[in-house]
Ligand binder design. Structure first.
Ligand code: HEC
Length: 408
């Protein structure tokens, strides 16, 4: 695999800098003065996550978007909330994609050959987007160039039958103002988070873009996909050393809080399709991102449908790329190529609770009825395990709380 590496000394400095309050290498406006522990900015990433030669790859460092609104926002630009996602699935997904893309894509702006300004919340002039804090520590800390965290690895054959290596996948997510308001409520006191405040208002939009270190030889359908530089793990077993490498966009997930859905949420996904038929207008606005095509959406877990039965709460888009038909979830439920096939979007996210008790996905060896426990339609605010606190389907909040309490 082609790598563009300049060895990065990882630990010595890094470990010294990773303590809270030691400064935020990703934040330009951090001055550390006058802040109390309750209000001091959250670090964007730890110093070991940025290579010393980072400017060779990027003009920007990841900056945690943490100006959470203090009062409930009243957005007027959520037109997709009026589109019937069941009967008008393609139009709904296209409207959510336009909402997410607007202001985030800066076609033609590159550093060292690759897009650099895209999906940086601080450069988005269309609307505010927010990040979840406390994803800079733990088993999968944010890297310093784009704030990506390491996702589930893709074993050989997972993304495509021609894939021979196990590949690292990396992703980053953002919440709109309504979601940012909730993050700010949970994290109002920076040293005493309140899990019970995880109640996302209607119209919350969250999206996550996912990249793979694989190239088109391994995964032919990512030929022509946007390529970023990212400070990923030098080896698949993540023994500590990092290196900057090319990663290619494979998938974009969206989640929208919408009371019309059985679970209160619509989950949908898009994948790159090199053969997508896109208009010149879309290409001029979105560049290579224009070829992120809808797979479909789910608005519930289809609790009564065992494998082989026709689903009612997953709807495929009429434009689903052929390769994405092979990477759906349990019993055909909505899922993307990067996700665990024993599970599905809604199912995995229904386990977001604090403290977490159950695993995110059922085990292969479980009986069918045991597995179906992961496909219940929980009411909004209902935790997966009784007695726990629901995190409103946000697994990032779960990671954030876990990382915070691991250090306290
Ligand atoms: C097997 C578990 C699993 C499956 C299946 C899964 N996710 Fe996630 N998802 C996660 C985890 C863990 C995170 C938090 C870490 C991160 O950001 O990657 C996450 C993060 C997200 C986020 C960012 C906000 C949040 O809730 O934390 C969105 C949006 C999202 N996923 C959407 C989807 C969609 C859409 C699908 C299906 C196409 C999906 N997910 C399938 C585990 C899963």
């Amino acid at each position: 695999m082609r790598r563009y590496t300049f060895a990065v000394a990882t630990c010595v400095l890094a470990c010294a800098c990773s303590a809270v309050g030691a400064g935020d290498p990703g934040s330009d406006d951090f001055d550390g003065k006058g802040d109390t522990p309750q209000t001091a900015p959250f670090p964007s990433f730890t110093a070991d996550q940025l290579p010393s030669d980072w400017q060779h790859y990027s003009r920007y460092k990841f900056k945690l978007a943490q100006r959470y609104p203090g009062t409930m926002p009243q957005p007027s630009d959520l037109g997709f909330m009026r589109i019937d996602f069941k009967s008008d699935t393609d139009r709904y997904l296209s409207a959510v994609r336009a909402y997410v893309f607007e202001g985030f894509i800066h076609a033609g702006e590159e550093t060292n050959g690759h897009p650099d300004q895209d999906f940086r919340a601080e450069l988005n002039m269309a609307r505010n987007w927010h990040s979840v804090p406390w994803m800079h520590t733990g088993a999968h800390p944010r890297e310093g160039l784009h704030g990506l965290t390491r996702e589930l690895d893709a074993p050989p054959g997972k993304l495509d039958p021609s894939q021979t290596d196990t590949l690292q996948d990396w992703g980053v997510a953002f919440y709109n103002d309504l979601g940012g308001y909730t993050i700010g409520q949970v994290w109002k006191n920076h040293v005493a988070p309140n899990a019970a405040a995880s109640r996302f208002p209607e119209g919350t939009v969250v999206f996550k873009i996912l990249f793979t270190e694989g190239d088109p030889q391994q995964v032919p359908w990512i030929e022509g996909a946007p390529i970023w530089w990212a400070n990923i793990d030098a080896d698949i077993d993540a023994k500590g050393a990092k290196q900057v490498a090319e990663v290619r966009l494979v998938q974009m997930d969206i989640a929208v809080k919408d009371g019309r859905a059985a679970t209160g949420w619509v989950y949908g996904t898009f994948v790159f399709d090199p053969n997508a038929d896109v208009s010149a207008d879309e290409v001029s606005k979105y560049g290579a991102y224009a070829k992120m095509m809808p797979v479909g959406l789910s608005f519930g877990n289809d609790p009564d449908k065992t494998p082989g039965m026709t689903l009612e709460e997953t709807i495929l888009s009429s434009k689903v790329p052929p390769h994405a038909r092979n990477t759906l979830g349990f019993g055909g439920r909505m899922n993307g190529p990067a996700d665990n096939p024993l599970s599905a979007c809604q199912s995995c996210h229904s386990t977001a609770e604090w403290p977490a008790v159950s695993a995110m996905a059922p085990r292969r060896t479980m009986t069918l009825s045991q597995k179906m426990r992961w496909f219940r339609n929980l009411a909004v605010g209902e935790p997966f395990d009784s007695g726990q606190t629901s995190l409103g389907t946000s697994l990032q909040l779960q990671i954030s709380l876990r990382n915070f309490f691991a250090g306290h």
